[in-house]
Ligand binder design. Sequence first.
Ligand code: ZN
Ligand code: ZN
Length: 239
Amino acid sequence: MIGCECEVCTSTDKKDKRLRSSILVQSSETTLVVDTGPDFRYQMLRQKIKHLDAVVFTHPHKDHLAGLDDIRAFNFFTKKPMPVYADLLTEEALRRDFYYAFSDTGYPGIPELNLNTIAQEPFMVGDIPVIPVLVWHLKMPVLGFRFGKFTYITDANRIDDSEKEKIKGSEVLVLNALRKQKHISHFTLEEAILMVQELKIPTGYFTHISHQLGKHSEIESELPEGIHLAYDGLILEFP
Ligand SMILES: [Zn+2]
Ligand SMILES: [Zn+2]
């Protein structure tokens, strides 16, 4: 956190250096990213991502959208608009926050986007099947996504029973766990652990972690078997 001198913010452990939450999902043919937060540009540079087929959004909060302008680099290479998948609430925010990308000025160098409206219906991005999972971020509906055996859920503090069914059977669940103290719109560490256990998911990884949670190495050692803290640059493979 900017200006903070707590033991997490001043830690030299790389796993305590947390940028905004996002994942890249890749098959042999397709590469997509879930959310483009303020760190999107640096994350793409750091991981040396040269090609991106689509962006899929979870919800309209700024820490998940703000970096979309830098999609321009991919437009430049492909000479095509970037396919974007978002629900109506997120689409509204995109049209407002990136209004210049939706105006007919013909001005060169603006991000080119091709909006696809999604709801709860499964959809395909290239050869990657995507199943949206509706979760609640206080009162805001947020989309989690299941990709085969892998489910990614960020920014939630409640999941309806019907949506839990869509997650069950996943081998890996990535779930948000902000900190130990109660929060109005995010799962706490304990709530996230209980959710992974309730859904009987063999492996859980926690993301969207606040500096208030504590140091990676200390929290990691307190977690039950099969549950881990995710960290920036973590790669999970599904053969
Ligand atoms: Zn949020
Ligand atoms: Zn967030």
